[in-house]
Write a protein that binds this ligand. Structure first.
Ligand code: ZN
Ligand code: FE
Length: 275
């Protein structure tokens, strides 16, 4: 019954294709056509498309890092006969092959598969990083493709942006509906949970999430997608208002934590060195 339903007309599949060490390249398909988000490598994408018999119709990019854009040229080169496919990406970054430059509030519409995304500016990991929010799939579920901004129990490193920018970006993602499925671009969950538990040693939610994530990885499965509601419970970077976390940071670094931005800045610095 459930298996039948997943192939019903109008339903969509969201597939994480593993690439490199720990990247996921996401495909969204109606079981005939597909869009790809952040194809850092063409080969695993082509292999998956061929296996399922799917036709690629669009490429969506979140930021300029090679592990997210490195496969674009090869995907385009093998589709020149069909006239290529549109390549959507951030207006504020230098990326080759873009056919549409996007920023906050822009709408991306794809006909096949039928998809609509709202663009969010989420600077911090890179200066022009964007995210794609699909307000509802055919079943009413919202989806987010957030590149390297939000991870399960973590967030991206600040390579180009400031703590202020990243905190504002995470605030904007946290304001999305709790049931939003979050499609992150890396499998960093287990190491992120280790850090999250250092920030919040008494969290029962983190203990349970750790057990679930360990079991998923042991079975060779992704820990993603996560949800915004779940991340609000188990992601310390979305919990910088929490007084117990602020107290832990204060004790760890022997300095008072003045506000949520200070908590974010200190927490991100700690995570950068955490082993
Ligand atoms: Zn990146
Ligand atoms: Fe990345």
């Amino acid at each position: 019954m459930i298996a039948m339903d997943s192939h019903a007309k109008g339903s969509l599949e969201y597939v994480p294709v593993p690439a490199f060490e720990d990247n996921y390249i996401w495909l969204v398909s109606d079981s005939r056509d597909a869009v790809v988000i952040d194809p850092g490598d063409a080969a695993p994408v082509e292999a998956y498309l061929a296996e399922r018999g799917w036709r690629l119709t669009a490429i969506l990019l979140t930021h300029h890092h090679q592990d997210h854009v490195g496969g674009v040229k090869a995907l385009l080169d093998s589709r020149t006969a069909e006239g290529g496919v549109p390549v959507y990406g951030p207006a504020g970054e230098r990326i080759e092959h873009l056919t549409a430059r996007l920023s906050e509030g822009d709408i991306v519409r794809v006909d096949q598969p039928a998809l609509e995304f709202r663009v969010l500016d989420v600077p911090g990991h890179t200066a022009g990083h964007i995210a794609y929010f699909q307000a509802h799939d055919p079943r009413g579920t919202p989806h987010l493709f957030c590149g390297d901004t939000l991870f399960a129990s973590g967030c991206g490193r600040l390579f180009e942006g400031t703590p202020q920018q990243m905190l504002a970006s995470l605030d904007s993602l946290a304001s999305l509906p709790d049931d939003t499925l979050v499609h992150c671009a890396h499998e960093y969950t287990l190491s992120n949970i280790r850090f999250a538990r250092a920030c919040e040693p008494d969290s029962a939610a983190l203990a349970r999430w750790n057990d679930d994530a360990v079991a998923l990885r042991a079975a060779g499965k992704p820990t993603l997608p996560t949800t915004i509601g779940h991340e609000k419970c188990v992601n310390p970077f979305l919990r910088v208002d929490d007084k117990a976390i602020q107290a832990t940071l204060s004790t760890q670094f022997g300095q008072p934590i003045s506000d949520r931005l200070d908590a974010f800045r200190v927490m991100r610095g700690w995570k950068d060195k955490f082993r």
